[in-house]
Design a protein around this ligand. Sequence first.
Ligand code: ATP
Ligand code: MG
Length: 240
Amino acid sequence: MSDNVLKVSGLKVAYGGIKAVKGIDLEVNQGELVALIGANGAGKTTTLKAITGTLPACKVEGTVAYKGASLKGSQSFHLVEKKLAMVPEGRGVFTRMTIHENLMMGAYTRNDQAGIDADIATWYETFPRLKERSSQLAGTLSGGEQQMLAMARALMSHPDLLLLDEPSMGLSPIMVEKIFEVIRAVSAQGVTILLVEQNAKLALQAAHRGYVMDSGVITMTGNAADMLDDPRVKAAYLGE
Ligand SMILES: Nc1ncnc2c1ncn2[C@@H]1O[C@H](COP(=O)(O)OP(=O)(O)OP(=O)(O)O)[C@@H](O)[C@H]1O
Ligand SMILES: [Mg+2]
């Protein structure tokens, strides 16, 4: 048996005449942190949406297997039950619920109340800003604060696979450091992660393996440390 948590084969996505993803293969193994990097419009978000089945089926070809089975037709609550959590680009918190309610919602498939309370306390420790504002509506948070909340909420479900779409976007340098600290810590706890990032350097420094996507195709893949040293990656994505 392979230890793939996620296996994407021959994935193609077209929006009308626009071919956003042109036949990619990608896999994420148990316990891995895999970075998917690439320029604006490369097809990264489209790939994540195809994985979670949030694109209309008619636009998608190829297969996506999560723990060996197709996710076709899954609703978002199915994904949570299957222990797959996604933090979408541009956040996606429940704006009309409080911060505390958002965190509770993240844990709705769990019934270990003591564990849930302990996790919430840990997240409040990690992001004190959320604690100070715990009874405030999430929609009133700043962009960066919503990003922190989205990440904490996703992790409240104790996912087996975490999909992150540009978690550093819109964050100040200090918060970018903090978010990457959290990503590394979560990975060290054994959670399998697929990380889409514009910040190629931080992503590859945190990751075990990486993929480079360009205009809908995977142009390079390998060990993250090797990719950081690769002159082509350096020139195109690391500004070195
Ligand atoms: N709903 C849509 N309808 C039509 N075209 C779309 C749609 N969503 C994305 N596209 C196009 O598909 C291509 C890939 O977009 P995608 O959002 O996947 O890129 P990305 O790699 O996530 O980029 P970024 O780093 O800017 O987030 C782009 O050319 C984009 O314009
Ligand atoms: Mg994107």
